[in-house]
Ligand binder design. Structure first.
Ligand code: FAD
Length: 388
């Protein structure tokens, strides 16, 4: 019998387990992979602010520090955001293999039990508790919990089984493919983003440097708009950009680009991170919100145990916390994504040309949109209230 069982040891789950254990709860963290953090289905980019909010930086899990971003329109018009222009809001490229393990280790240090190579196969709510069926090496057994935290990633089984989320539609998820490449000749001070319906329909391609000539080179496409699998777009992108280097890893994955769900709770249950569609609909970035949501879920679990109240009504205070933190941004960036999907490559070229060479004060989606609104008040009229 545990106070909390957390399913999934990604950033959301390990953060929830760490927080709940630090607050004195009896916690079990369950991960189906045999090694936490691998394979890395992520380009590993995060802003400094978002990580420093929760952790003291340890160089072991920072692969590279970037001082700006370069965005390329379909006709290759370049928009640059650099440190001199952007102030302090720059970013890290993490080494998630180490970072994810670090958070799980902190959870264990705080007292959480951690089971790897263990899959949560089912659960049932009964008598105010949750019975969770676990499976390891063909052996099944059950544990009981007052609270179940589903941090089991995109297409969360916990979330669907609890009736909180449904299967994502073709326009609510990005299908991604990524290589880790070495021997690259790139300016490692920047992350690179490439837009265009030909290059990446409904998404973008990226190069995120990891130091010493290596980088995550990947692509996300919207299945509704894509005519072929993400990997074929990635290969075409690498050929088009004449990116020369050796491929040492390949991963495929998905990112929810849903926007804000109404609630991430049910009786005895909270969802956090990708499981609750917390990733950003325009950038696909989900590490930061997963960390925040995991932190809030752990905190509310402790309050629920203290008050001995595990009802959905009580757990809605978790909804309030994550919504106050990043709910507005999810709503706003979903609208922006819908607008972006309507745009032709010509429109994107025009927009990029109008801000190319401008002094972008902040390295964020908001800063770009603010600049675009100045240049095209009519074209983006419906975004004005959201962004200004
Ligand atoms: C190609 C790609 C590139 C990306 N790039 C970035 C980026 O640069 N920056 C960024 O911020 N975000 C990026 N993202 C998104 C980011 O990776 C996710 O938003 C983030 O990992 C979400 O964390 P999470 O803890 O919610 O879920 P995950 O990290 O997906 O963790 C879920 C965990 O649950 C485990 N699990 C699932 N089911 C079970 C089960 N039944 N039993 C036990 N364990 C289970 C899984 O094995 C997994 O370890 C990218 C995603 C992809 C696919």
């Amino acid at each position: 019998m545990y106070d909390v069982v957390v399913i999934g040891a990604g950033p959301a789950g390990s953060m929830a387990a760490k927080t709940a254990a630090e607050l004195g709860l009896n916690v079990l963290l369950v991960e189906k992979r045999q090694e936490i953090g691998t394979p890395v289905r992520c380009a590993e980019g995060i802003s400094k602010e978002n990580i420093e909010r929760f952790f003291e930086i340890d160089k072991k899990w920072i692969a590279a520090e970037v001082t700006g971003a370069k965005i390329y329109a379909p006709d290759k018009t370049e928009v640059v955001m650099s440190e001199e222009m952007a102030g302090n809001e720059v970013g890290y490229v993490l080494e998630r293999k180490i970072f994810d393990r670090h958070i799980a280790r902190l959870a264990a240090k705080a007292g959480a039990e951690v089971y790897v190579k263990t899959t949560a196969v089912d659960f049932e709510r009964k008598d105010g508790k949750v019975k969770v069926r676990l499976r390891r090496l063909g052996e099944d057994w059950e544990v009981e919990a007052k609270i179940l935290i589903g941090a089991d990633g995109v297409e969360s089984k916990v979330g669907r089984r609890a009736g909180i989320i449904k299967t994502l539609r073709m326009n609510e998820v990005e299908s991604c493919a990524q290589y880790l490449m070495t021997g690259l000749d790139i300016d490692e001070r920047y992350t690179y983003f490439y837009l265009g319906r030909e290059v990446a329909p409904g998404g973008y391609a990226w190069i995120f440097p990891k130091g010493n000539g290596s980088a995550n080179v990947g692509i996300g496409v919207l299945p509704k708009m894509a005519k072929k699998p993400a990997k074929e777009y990635l290969d075409a992108f690498i050929e088009r950009e004449r990116i020369e280097g050796k491929i040492v890893e390949f991963v495929a994955g998905a990112v929810p680009v849903y926007g804000e769900i109404e609630t991430a709770v049910a009786d005895n249950i909270m969802l956090a991170g990708d499981a609750a569609y917390h990733a950003d609909p325009i950038t696909g970035g989900g590490i930061a919100n997963a960390l925040s949501a995991g932190y809030y879920a752990g905190k509310v679990a402790a309050e629920a145990v203290e008050k001995n109240n595990f009802s959905a009504e009580f757990l809605r205070r978790y909804d309030n916390l994550w919504k106050n933190d990043f709910g507005k941004k999810l709503r706003r960036n979903k609208k922006l994504q819908e607008k972006f999907l309507e745009m032709s490559d010509e429109t994107i070229n025009k927009l990029a040309a109008s801000i190319s060479g401008k002094n972008l004060k902040e390295m964020s989606v908001r800063a770009i949109v603010a600049e675009l609104l100045k240049a095209h008040p009519k074209l983006l009229l419906d975004l004005k209230d959201l962004f200004m």
